[in-house]
Design a binder for this molecule. Structure first.
Ligand code: XUL
Ligand code: CO
Length: 439
C-alpha cells in the first residue's frame, strides 16, 4: 500500500527548477570538497514530529490527526505498524538515509514495563526489516523520559529513586533496540532534568544522579558492544524552568567534572542555543571547535516567539554558517543533520511534510556549497589568522605555551610602555565577505 500517494520520489532537478518537490541543490552523489554531499550532510528525519506531531500547542487541540493514508489516529499496535511502513516510504521518497526516534514514538506503551518492551520488540523487528529492504539507517535512538506523568519531577534527576530505577530500565531497553537496529548514537535529552523551583530542589544531588545514569549507560554500551556514540543534547529550559544541560559550555563543564568528556559527545540543536540567549550557530561552532560535536538537530527558532518552535532551516545564511562549522571539523563521523523540526500547526496537508523537508535539505545543501567555497578560498580564514597573528610570535607565543609569569609580563611592560595600537575588529568586512559566497 502507498501511504503518501500524492507525492512521488523527490529527485535532483538542478538550480533552474521551480518545483518545491524537487531538489535544486541537493545532488547527493555529487562530490564537494572531496566527499559526497550525502556524506557531509547525513540527513535524518525524526519520528516524533513527522509521525507523532499533531499540531497541538498550549492553546489549541490537534489540527493534524491523519498523517498518512490509513492512519486511524489511534495508539494501537496496528496503527504503529502502519506508521513505520509510512515512515520508511517517506524516507525513501525524500532520499534521506537516516532517521531517529524515541522509544514511545514507535510503539504504544503497555500496562506494564514487560508489555511495553514486548510492543517495542515487535515494532523494531519490523523496522529492522524495513531498514534492510530500503538501506535507510538509524542515526540515533533515545528514551522518552519526559512525557509520562511519572517523570513530572524528572527521570534521572527525580527526588524519588523509584522513578530513577524506572527511567534506567527504560534507558536500558532503548539502548537494546538502538543496538539491534545498528544505531550510530543514543541521545540523552534532559527535558525534565532540571527544576521548577530552587527552594524544593537539591541541585547538586540531582546532577550527581544524572551523571550516575550516564555512567551506567556507558558501562552497558560497552558490555553489549554497542558501537554508537552517547550524546547529550543541551537545552536551557522548557519544559522545566531551569535545565541542567543548559548549553554546550555548561554540558562540557559537567562532563569534565564527572570524567565523561571522552565518553560522551554533544547533539546540538540551534533552537535550544537560541533559547539559551545565544546566536543560532554559537553552540554548533563551539562544540565543533572543541571536538565535541557529535551530531546536530537541524532546526531554528523564531525571533518573535519565545519558545522552542522547531522550525525547518530555510535561511541560506544560517545554513552556510552551520555548514562552515561542519566542514571545518572535517564532517560528522557517526552524527548527522537530524531534522528535529515540525511543520506549522496550520500546515495540515500530508504533502507539507515533504515540502518542509525538501526546502530544508535544499537550503542546507546550498549552504554546504557556499561554505565549501568560503572555506576553500581561505579569505576569511586568513582574516581570522591575521586578527590573532600577535599570538604566533614573541611575547604572545610565550604566553600561549605557558612560559610566562605575571612578573615577566610586568617587566615586559615596563620595558616597552607604549599603548597597544588600536586594531579594527572588521565585523562588517567579515559579514561582507560571507555574503560574497551567498547567492
Ligand atoms: C526537545 C528535543 C527533543 C530531543 C530528543 O526540545 O529537542 O526532541 O531532540 O528527545
Ligand atoms: Co532535539
Amino acid at each position: 500500500m502507498e501511504f503518501f500517494p500524492e507525492v512521488a520520489k523527490v529527485e535532483y532537478a538542478g538550480p533552474e527548477s521551480r518545483d518545491v518537490l524537487a531538489y535544486r541543490w541537493y545532488n547527493k552523489e555529487e562530490v564537494v570538497m572531496g566527499k559526497k554531499m550525502k556524506e557531509w550532510l547525513r540527513f535524518s528525519v525524526c519520528f516524533w514530529h513527522t509521525f507523532r506531531g499533531n499540531g497541538s500547542d498550549p492553546f489549541g487541540k490537534p489540527t493534524i490527526t491523519h498523517r498518512f493514508a490509513g492512519d486511524d489516529g489511534s495508539d494501537t499496535m496496528e496503527n504503529a505498524l502502519r506508521r513505520v511502513e509510512a515512515a520508511f516510504e517517506l524516507f525513501v521518497k525524500l532520499g534521506v538515509e537516516f532517521y531517529s526516534f524515541h522509544d514511545v514514538d514507535v510503539a504504544p506503551e503497555g500496562k506494564t514495563l514487560k508489555e511495553t518492551n514486548e510492543n517495542l520488540d515487535k515494532i523494531t523487528d519490523r523496522m529492522l526489516e524495513l531498514q534492510q529492504e530500503t538501506g535507510v539507517k538509524l542515526l540515533w535512538g533515545t528514551a522518552n523520559l519526559f512525557s509520562h506523568p511519572r517523570y513530572m519531577n524528572g527521570g534521572s534527576t527525580n527526588p524519588d529513586p523509584k522513578v530513577f530505577v524506572r527511567a534506567a530500565a527504560q534507558v536500558k531497553k532503548a539502548i537494546d533496540v538502538t543496538h539491534k537496529l545498528g544505531g550510530e548514537g543514543f541521545v540523552f535529552w534532559g527535558g525534565r532534568e532540571g527544576y521548577m523551583h530552587i527552594l524544593n530542589t537539591d541541585m547538586v544531588r540531582e546532577m550527581n544522579h544524572y551523571a550516575k545514569m550516564l555512567k551506567m549507560a556507558i558501562a552497558y554500551k560497552k558490555k553489549i558492544g554497542f558501537g554508537g556514540q552517547i550524546l547529550v543534547e543541551p537545552k536551557p529550559r522548557e519544559p522545566m524552568k531551569h535545565q541542567y544541560d543548559y548549553d554546550v559550555q555548561t554540558v562540557i563543564g559537567f562532563l569534565r567534572q564527572h570524567g565523561l568528556e571522552n565518553e560522551v559527545s554533544l547533539n546540538v540543536e540551534p533552537n535550544h542555543t537560541q533559547l539559551a540567549g545565544h546566536e543560532f550557530e554559537h553552540d554548533v561552532v563551539l562544540a565543533a571547535q572543541l571536538g565535541m560535536l557529535g551530531s546536530v538537530d537541524a532546526n531554528t527558532g523564531s525571533e518573535s516567539l519565545g519558545w522552542d518552535t522547531d522550525e525547518f532551516i530555510t535561511d541560506q545564511t544560517r545554513a552556510t554558517v552551520l555548514c562552515k562549522a561542519i566542514i571545518e571539523m572535517g564532517g560528522f563521523v557517526q552524527g548527522g543533520l537530524n531534522f528535529d523540526a515540525k511543520v506549522r500547526r496550520e500546515s495540515t496537508d500530508p504533502e507539507d511534510l515533504f515540502i518542509a523537508h525538501v526546502a530544508s535539505i535544499d537550503a542546507l545543501a546550498k549552504g554546504l556549497r557556499n561554505a565549501s567555497q568560503l572555506v576553500s578560498d581561505g579569505r576569511m580564514r586568513k582574516m581570522l589568522q591575521d586578527r590573532y597573528a600577535g599570538w604566533d610570535e614573541g611575547i604572545g607565543q610565550k604566553i600561549e605555551i605557558g612560559e610566562t609569569s605575571l612578573e615577566d609580563l610586568e617587566a615586559h611592560c615596563l620595558q616597552d610602555d607604549t599603548e597597544p595600537v588600536k586594531t579594527s575588529a572588521k565585523q562588517e568586512k567579515f559579514l561582507a565577505v560571507l555574503n560574497h559566497y551567498i547567492s
